[in-house]
Design a protein around this ligand. Structure first.
Ligand code: BG6
Length: 332
């Protein structure tokens, strides 16, 4: 991927032609096909990359330089196709639960750097972050007739944690509320899908996308993978863990405002049917998506919704029994 440095896009607007250096740890570069990309670097070595196309995180590396997200080798970095992998944002519609294209349009729109993000209640002084904003185009309003401001903050914490905070505000001037569903469609990189288990979703109800969203109940054991999975788990806990035996790594997802969690792996047949996904790549990815689906969010004009996910990757000695995965879930 090319990484030519470019000036801060905020500084190159007509209103501000001076070159303002981006904040420390933040770089504006050109990515694949010349698309604008923001690189966040924590002083300890972790890194995240975000494309303005889609407001899409495409890379998250730990301080060892190991990639933690999956992006397909066949991903197409070209509108109108969403980038296959990383963290696409599904808004204002999850999947085909409505009249819009699958997963809505946020993932294939050009976002901007937010020059004026409204303040956050939490202290962000020790984080490297970028604020993006998406507003509807005239074309969008034809298919989803609403005015909104979608602010996305992508932040890297000092321990390498990756935090995404979405704030969606209804700015309709016609007094009308709007309703949406949402997901952070995170593709985690795993060593081998058959060596992975997900903890935190046992015994929960889910809608099975492979059976017309039939409502079912999960068994008591942690979830493992031996065939295609496409499930929307309902009313999930705020923490979910993905344990990768072979890598001896545990991903912990902490979420807020996002009660549901989608678990998806296309397995071999669906993998072959996707033009932007390698035939065997299903072995090395797992999507666990913090989401708000079962109960869509309704906002009146002036109201704002907030949905947040925080990802951490911790070394796990799970195989040798030194670390009980339940402690990962229960610990802070
Ligand atoms: C998942 C859905 O979230 O995304 C699946 O549950 C879907 O049903 C998958 O196949 C990928 O969607 P897309 O539109 O990116 O190919």
């Amino acid at each position: 991927m090319s990484s030519e440095k470019v000036p801060n896009p905020i500084a190159t607007t007509a209103a501000n032609t001076k070159t303002t250096p981006p904040p420390h740890g933040v770089e504006f570069v050109k990515g694949v096909n010349g698309l604008d990309k923001v690189v966040l670097r924590d002083p300890r070595g972790s890194l995240a990359e975000v494309y303005l196309y889609g407001g899409h995180v495409t890379s998250w590396k730990n301080d060892q330089g190991e990639e933690l997200l999956f992006v397909s080798n066949k991903a197409i970095f070209k509108p109108p196709k969403a980038i296959r992998g990383g963290i696409p944002i599904c808004f204002p519609q999850f999947s085909n639960l409505g009249s819009l294209d699958a997963h809505g349009f946020a993932r294939n729109r050009f976002w901007s750097i937010d020059p004026d993000p409204s303040p956050f209640p939490t202290n962000t002084s020790n984080k490297v972050f970028v604020d993006l904003i998406l507003k509807p185009t005239e074309e969008d309003i034809k298919t989803w007739p609403h005015s909104y401001e979608f602010r996305l903050r992508v932040a890297l914490g000092p321990g390498g944690d990756l935090m995404l905070t979405s704030r969606i505000r209804n700015t309709n001037s016609d007094g009308k509320p709007f309703t949406f569903t949402f997901a952070y469609h995170t593709y985690f990189s795993v060593s081998d899908i058959s060596e992975v288990r997900v903890e935190g979703l046992e015994t929960l109800d889910y809608l099975d996308n492979m059976q017309n969203r039939k409502r079912c109940t999960e068994q008591g054991d942690a979830i493992t993978f031996e065939s295609e999975v496409d499930k929307i788990y309902l009313s999930t806990p705020t923490k979910i863990a993905i344990l990768d035996h072979e890598k001896k790594r545990t991903f912990v997802i902490r979420k807020d405002g996002l009660p549901d969690a989608v678990v998806w792996n296309p397995w071999d047949k669906k993998a072959k049917a996707m033009a932007d996904f390698g035939d065997d790549e299903y072995k090395h990815m797992l999507c666990v998506e913090a989401a708000a689906i079962e109960r869509p969010i309704t906002l009146k004009p002036g109201e704002e919704w907030r949905g947040r996910q925080e990802l951490s990757a911790v070394p796990s000695s799970y195989c040798s029994g030194q670390l009980d995965p339940r402690k990962v879930l229960q610990g802070s």
